[in-house]
Design a protein around this ligand. Structure first.
Ligand code: NAP
Length: 493
């Protein structure tokens, strides 16, 4: 592990340029009582700036603005809705470098990864700009020949959108894009650790011509206190949440009162299965991607590696060698490959999970502890001989730790892979096409990476089964989450 601590010359400029207030009904304004909270740079633990801390009254004002704008927005021409998204896509790409640096400063991921996320985020706007004009309907003759069925698709209504810190922009555009395209207004609440990327994005949408009130942004340090009154209010008709399963469960309960249409993208515990006939070079490349994208802080991160006993030694050696060469540091320069974890709590959790596995008999091949000095850095780590009883076999690690367990039997490894409450994504490496399809069918997850360490793509349906969530984002299905179906029974024919 090499360490980098350099500064980027434009840091202060991009932080200063980002909005810091609430966006309600098209107006930037402070929170009630001018309350603010600090945004921290996780690579130093020091404050970058402060942003508005919305009260429950501010939240309800944002919801009122969204509800007020809803009828006009629902009838806004789809082509124009699409063109606003397309202009926002272009603006994001023009400001790519500044947005990437801002994201790195508040979230910690290396600049190269922030650039990739900014592009990924923008692509949701491009995709949904194209979907806005493809909201279809249906017309059919009733089976008995009398009467007709007319089926129309309409926006579900004002939406509440809640996003996590690990992909501060893309988790937002994945919801805002289809909401705008479908004709829904919304209130979005980004995570308290990473509000700046969302605030900058809202500014760009305004510049792209989004009418007042169509997107409202509330930042807060007290998410539950802010969101619950909005969820229970009755004016919102939709809740779309990305975050932990524990919070997702609470939100389902709160949404029950007003019977909101709910979509949830929750936690994961992805198995990464390497069979003995796999292309080992590809499997190690895929493992690096599936494990180390976003410092391991991804819902799609490979959490458990199951490698066939005949290749486990070779795979572990190669993976450890690649992991130990990674450059760890402040992500603001191009040479850094691994940034800090998001905060002290996450660093403590990763440390505890590794210590627990080692206590139960796992061996550290590389890494195995936090980095000394400021910031929340954990060394890229490979563990072998990880017992099934270890907590990290069951819990989301959300850090740069690869636990490896050997297997010999296909049925047994499928059972192990499925032995989790989660079901977001699984990874599978084999050159045998029958085995590939057989195992892909048997894995209990919403997505499978087949000989591929990354599945995310704005044009594909992203989402999980079991406790990993409800609904899909992206692809053709993404816009469905923001549409209702109305059936008109046509008589007299
Ligand atoms: P989190 O604690 O659940 O927070 C997610 C969002 O929910 C944040 O904006 C948070 O606000 C807000 N929140 C927290 N408590 C709330 C409450 N009682 N009512 C309303 N909102 C509340 O999750 P996280 O730690 O930020 O994110 C990591 C988790 O997200 C992981 O489990 C990861 O797997 C999951 N994730 C899933 C996907 C997917 O697509 N499936 C994608 C990315 C991440 P505050 O910041 O103010 O707490």
């Amino acid at each position: 592990m090499t360490i980098s601590t350099q500064q980027h010359p434009r840091e202060a400029t991009v932080v200063d340029a980002a909005p810091k207030q609430l966006l309600i009904g098209g107006t930037w304004r402070p929170a009630t009582g001018e309350r603010t909270f600090d945004v921290e740079d996780p690579s130093t633990g020091r404050a970058l700036c402060s942003v508005a801390d919305a009260s429950p009254e501010d939240g309800l004002a944002a919801l009122a603005a969204a509800a007020d704008a809803q009828p006009r927005w629902a009838t806004h021409p789809p082509r124009e809705r699409g063109e606003i998204l397309r202009r926002a896509f272009e603006l994001i790409m023009q400001r790519h470098e500044d947005l990437a640096l801002l994201m790195t400063l508040e979230m910690g991921k290396p600049l190269t990864e922030s650039r990739a996320e900014v592009t990924y985020a923008a692509e949701f706007f491009r995709w949904f700009s194209e979907e806005a004009v493809r909201i279809g309907g249906d017309y059919a003759v009733a089976p008995n020949g009398t009467g007709r069925f007319l089926v129309m698709r309409q926006p579900v209504g004002p939406a509440l959108l809640i996003t996590p810190w690990n992909f501060p922009m893309a988790m937002g555009t994945r919801k805002i894009g289809p909401a705008i395209a479908a004709g829904c207004t919304s209130v979005i609440k980004p995570a308290h650790q990473t509000p700046l990327s969302m605030l900058a994005l809202a500014g760009i949408l305004q510049e792209a011509g989004l009418p007042d009130g169509v997107l409202n942004v509330v930042t807060s340090h007290s998410a539950g206190r802010l969101m619950e009154p909005m969820i229970r209010d009755g004016r919102a008709r939709k809740l779309s949440f990305t975050g932990s399963t524990a919070v997702g469960r609470k939100l389902i309960e709160q949404s029950a009162e007003q019977v909101l249409k709910v979509s949830l993208e929750l936690g994961g515990n992805a198995p990464f299965v390497v069979f003995d006939d796999a292309d080992l070079d590809a499997a190690v490349d895929g493992a690096m991607l599936a494990k180390m994208r976003n410092i391991g802080e991804a819902c799609t991160a490979a959490n458990r590696f199951y490698v066939h006993a005949d290749v486990v030694e070779e795979f572990s050696r190669r993976l450890a060698e690649r992991m130990s060469r990674l450059r760890v540091g402040r992500g603001v320069t191009d040479d850094v490959q691994v940034g800090p974890l998001i905060d002290d709590t996450q660093l403590g959790k990763v440390t505890d999970l590794v210590d627990d596995a080692v206590r139960l008999g796992a061996e550290i091949v590389t890494g195995g502890s936090p980095r000394d000095g400021e910031g929340y850095f954990y060394q890229p780590t490979v563990l072998t001989g990880v017992p099934l009883a270890a907590r990290l076999s069951r819990e989301e690690i959300f850090g740069p730790v690869a636990p490896i367990t050997a297997f010999t039997d296909e049925q047994a490894v499928i059972a192990q892979a499925n032995n989790t409450e989660y079901g977001l994504v699984s990874y599978l490496y084999t050159r045998d096409v029958q085995r590939a399809l057989r195992v892909a069918e048997a894995l209990e997850s919403g997505m499978v990476g087949l000989n591929q360490g990354i599945v995310s793509n704005p044009a594909a349906p992203f989402g999980g089964v079991k406790h990993s969530g409800l609904g899909r984002e992206g692809g053709k299905l993404g816009i469905e989450e923001f549409l209702e179906t109305k059936y008109v029974a046509v008589g007299g024919l």
